[in-house]
Design a protein around this ligand. Structure first.
Ligand code: AHR
Length: 502
């Protein structure tokens, strides 16, 4: 019998809302068409931002948005994206499809979007092909409230007040597309560049994110920390507030990847097995971070994660447009549970990417928009944002074996919000077997106040003709008896239960 025991007397730290963050790059139809359509578009918009997209993102309480890349960040020259739109430089987006980037979405537009979403801003600077001066001036342009060349330029461009940068990334993937650097070289550059990311308003300091490893490159993590960490200076926090980690799930490996919708049972388990690898990555990189920062002041920032499949047939290979099935819902559910359980170290995560690219929460086609299965999981999990992680464990479950892969039957995480309501999110990873789960608490009886489920055939997905094949539905397959709750979890499902003390 599967049992979930929740020790509600033991809180294990706050789940940073930013773990539920998103990422938007100048890539394919993420920014252009997906978010920004321009003020003159027939698609309903506010100052150029799609109303439907902004509304949908607010419904999942988007906490933070990363921009402008990704690989694009280390080619982006921010001054090309300010001033009158008809005078902005056009450039080639060499990384992503070789298309023309007209720079009509730039700094002002990003902060307009952040304002409409009501979320925090995460700006990623250019180390790979940019100068220290360029980075430093961008920060001055955005945040300085006074008389200075860049603040004056911002005002000339119509924005009197400064904006707030919550997080600033010093480069992106500098081990790869961001300059093919070796870790000690990048780390020296990090020391230098971050110096000029000035905190013009010390009351609202910018959290500085250092470029971290790709997947399991533990050497990168160690070398970067070795080079940057100075034992004689206790103020390491402020010099580096976060270290990034990137990990994508390619079911059949980087070269082949695999279809988003046409896959077999083996590929399902392989994909979920690969998603579970996030736990090992966070644990092992976290252990290295502990050697330098035992108090866990530096956050692990998983600012790119998600599934990465072969693009949809007939679409531009450089645009990374893919569908999203119940399998992606499970990847999201599994990964977010892992982040919740590691909330002592993971302080932000950004799903790649928000609209029309990789594991998106939204897909658009002209004026139409669909919410993907992944969107619905983010909606289920939003109650974890800012809640206290509770100690919890599942017993009485086995592992499912498929080829070289083994996955547990269930994964879960549990938190308690300020209102005292406990949120349980549990995934049934099996393709065919449902599972009954008995939920009990250390401190006594609880009752269900709300519950929902995302499930369906493993290939099920939403299209523009059929946008609601997979959606969040009311979950009613539970019983309460003698203070315990018993839930029947269908195969391939993500279930959320909200519980309060009886
Ligand atoms: O998200 C797509 C790309 O993946 C990003 O631009 C890059 O940082 C990563 O390799």
């Amino acid at each position: 019998m599967a049992k979930l025991h929740i020790n509600d007397d033991k809180a294990c730290g706050r789940i940073a809302p930013e773990i539920y963050g998103h990422f938007s790059e100048h890539l394919g139809r993420c920014i252009y068409g997906g978010i920004y359509v321009g003020e003159d578009s027939d698609i309903p918009n506010v100052n150029g931002m799609r109303k439907d997209v902004v509304e949908a993102l607010k419904e999942i309480r988007i906490p933070v948005l990363r921009w402008p890349g990704g690989c694009f960040a280390d080619e982006y020259h921010w001054k090309d994206g300010i001033g009158p739109k008809n005078k902005r430089k056009k450039m080639i987006n060499t990384h992503w499809g070789g298309v023309v980037e007209d720079n009509s979405f730039g700094t002002h537009e990003f902060f307009e979007l952040v304002k409409q979403l009501g979320c925090k801003s995460y700006v990623n600077g250019n180390v790979g092909s940019g100068t220290v001066q360029e980075m430093s001036e961008w920060v001055e342009y955005i945040t300085f409230n006074g008389v200075s060349p860049m603040a004056d330029l911002r005002k000339e461009n119509g924005h009197e007040e400064p904006w707030k940068i919550d997080y600033f990334g010093v480069g992106n993937e500098n081990w790869g597309c961001g300059g093919n650097m070796r870790p000690s070289y990048y780390a020296d550059l990090y020391r230098r560049y971050q110096t000029y990311v000035r905190n013009y308003d010390p009351k609202t300091p910018i959290m500085k994110i250092c470029g971290g490893p790709n997947i399991d490159d533990y050497h990168w993590t160690k070398t970067v920390l070795d080079t940057c960490y100075d034992h004689t200076k206790p103020e390491f926090h402020g010099f580096m507030d976060g270290l990034s980690l990137h990990y994508y799930v390619h079911p059949e490996g980087w070269d082949i990847k695999g279809s988003a919708t046409d896959f077999d049972e083996a590929a399902w388990y392989k994909t979920l097995g690969k998603a579970l690898f996030m736990d090992e990555l966070v644990t092992r990189h976290g252990k290295i971070m502990d050697q330098y920062d035992p108090e866990k002041k530096v956050g692990m920032i998983v600012d790119e994660w998600g599934t990465w499949y072969t693009v949809e047939p007939g679409t531009n290979p450089g645009f990374l447009y893919q569908q999203n099935t119940v399998r992606d819902a499970l990847v999201a559910g599994i990964t977010l549970n892992i982040f919740n359980k590691h909330c002592d170290r993971v302080k932000m995560a950004n799903l790649a990417q928000m609209v029309n690219v990789l594991q998106s929460v939204l897909l658009t086609e002209d004026a139409a928009m669909v919410k993907t299965p992944t969107y619905h999981v983010f909606h289920q999990y939003m109650y974890h944002q800012g809640a206290e992680l509770l100690d919890s464990a599942v017993t009485g479950i086995g592992e499912i074996e498929s080829g070289d892969w083994k996955v547990p039957e269930l994964t879960e995480s549990v938190s308690r919000g300020e209102d005292g309501i406990v949120t349980v999110t549990v995934n049934n990873l099996s393709v065919k077997d449902s599972k009954t789960l008995d939920i009990s608490f250390a401190s006594g009886a609880y009752e269900v106040v709300d519950a929902s489920i995302v499930t369906g055939d493993i290939h099920a997905h939403n299209t523009f003709d059929d946008p609601e094949t997979v959606k969040e539905e009311k979950f009613t397959a539970y019983k309460s008896a003698n203070g315990a709750i018993s839930a029947d979890l269908p195969a391939g499902s993500v279930t959320m239960l909200r519980l309060k003390k009886a």
